[in-house]
Design a protein around this ligand. Structure first.
Ligand SMILES: [Zn+2]
Length: 431
């Protein structure tokens, strides 16, 4: 979806419903705003149920202070205005109280965003504003000072978080990615010590910007297979977002069309809503003109080249598997027969592998061993089609969550070698 075409009141209502739907605010907490080209500020109203809010409820505070709309503006209007006053580059603000960020807020801690490349790319260093009375000018000044220092994301002591952006979607992606970062650090702490990316690793990622040559694409030549795959990719990306296997800013999906061509998700991309025409065709190592494929395009190409039977590949950062990824721990599949049958042994690959060691990656991943944990970069699964890759991703995430949930009650007991041998025999699993 192209949010640039939405009126501020529609964009605010849509974004807020998304925040509420995914439990990143309560009915009463949180407020969003956009400042338009006239200096008028569009903001969520005070005391209106966030679960039923519509575009007609959004309030406009004109540059001269006149209020237009059926309600009073949010009681936190002062800090929105204070941030816009000190940061003319910020045009939209998201403020809410999602639980993992509140955990940091009440522990008076700032998350280290160097957990995965996306959390750092979106948030950089995070600021911390000392406590102020909600709705006060004093709180506004305390937050604005931090934004004036250059932070785009600021934790509010004993309150929540505030993220700014050049658009509302920019601020929202920052907010959602930061909540994922906090959730991951909390989950990972159950497993051990989370490890953070080094400067060198972050540079390796930021310099991995692939510049493939282009070819002129003619939509009139599209085959039925291609049309079907474009739509299926959109379906599974959006489903992955709704099932919380992806955040808006994480996850790459691809599907093979033929021996030398495949389709892959573009960048940038908001995984909440994807259109078939946004998907990028890669043919003979060249990209469809006018579109940019995901950063993972070369690693997907390497797997398709090495394994002609692989038809689909997914990179994702589901929360529980991500906890293993940032602790550099393997996910044990000897939990349920289903998990072992689908995934067999899940490999653990160093962060660098997907950037510069395709031989190690293709040796690890195949239909025989369809999943791997990538250190500080989520997980990767391959499948004989999109559905099987998606299913394996769900099974992997469920297993990771079950293992994490078992820790406070004594930890899981892996199925014995005898049980595994019996499963291999009964289901005819290859050696
Ligand atoms: Zn608040």
């Amino acid at each position: 979806m192209n949010y640039a075409y939405l009126h501020p009141r529609d964009e605010i209502a849509l974004t807020l419903s998304r925040i509420y739907r995914y439990k990143m605010t309560t009915t009463s907490g949180g407020n969003l705003s956009i400042i338009d080209e006239n200096g008028d500020l569009w903001i969520t109203p005070s005391r209106v149920d966030k679960g039923t809010l519509t575009p007609a409820d959004i309030v406009c505070v004109k540059k001269d202070g006149t209020v237009v709309g059926p309600h009073k503006p949010s009681s936190e209007y002062p800090f929105h205005r204070a941030i816009y006053d000190v940061r003319p580059d910020i045009k939209a603000i998201v403020h809410a109280h999602p639980m993992a960020l509140v955990a940091f807020s009440i522990s008076k801690k700032v998350p280290d965003t160097k957990l995965i490349p996306q959390t750092y790319r979106w948030n950089g260093q995070v600021g911390f504003a000392p406590y102020g009375i909600p709705g006060s000018e004093d709180l506004g000044q305390k937050i604005a000072v931090k934004f004036a220092d250059g932070f785009d994301s600021v934790i509010l002591e004993s309150h929540g978080v505030c993220c700014g952006g050049k658009t509302l979607q920019d601020a929202f992606q920052r907010f959602e990615t930061l909540e994922l970062c906090c959730k991951t650090e909390i989950k990972a702490s159950l497993l051990g010590e989370p490890k953070f990316l080094s400067e060198q690793q972050l540079q390796l990622e930021s310099k991995s910007d692939v510049r493939l040559e282009t070819f002129e694409y003619d939509p009139g030549m599209m085959s039925i297979t291609e049309k079907e795959l474009r739509n299926k990719i959109c379906h599974f990306v959006e489903r992955g977002y709704r099932q919380r296997l992806l955040a808006g800013s994480t996850g790459t999906f691809s599907a093979r069309i033929g021996a030398d061509s495949f389709l892959i998700t573009p960048r940038p991309l908001d995984r909440y809503s994807v259109l078939p025409e946004e998907i990028v065709m890669i043919r003979k190592g060249k990209r469809e003109a006018g579109k940019s494929p995901s950063h993972a395009v070369l690693s997907h190409q390497a797997i398709y080249d090495a394994h002609p039977d692989v038809q689909a590949i997914i990179n994702a950062c589901p929360l529980n598997a991500l906890a293993f990824s940032v602790c550099h721990k393997e996910i044990d599949t000897r939990t349920l027969p289903e998990c072992y049958i689908f995934l067999r042994e899940v490999g653990l690959l160093p962060f660098e592998t997907t950037f510069n060691d395709y031989a190690a990656m293709t040796a690890q991943l195949s239909l025989r061993h369809p999943a791997a944990v990538l250190c500080n970069n989520g997980v990767m699964v391959v499948g004989r089609d999109l559905l099987s890759a998606f299913d394996q991703l769900e099974v992997l995430e469920c297993s990771a969550e079950a293992i994490l949930n078992s820790l406070p009650i004594g930890g899981h007991v892996p199925m014995s070698k005898q049980v595994i041998d019996d499963i291999c025999k009964a289901f005819n699993l290859p050696e």
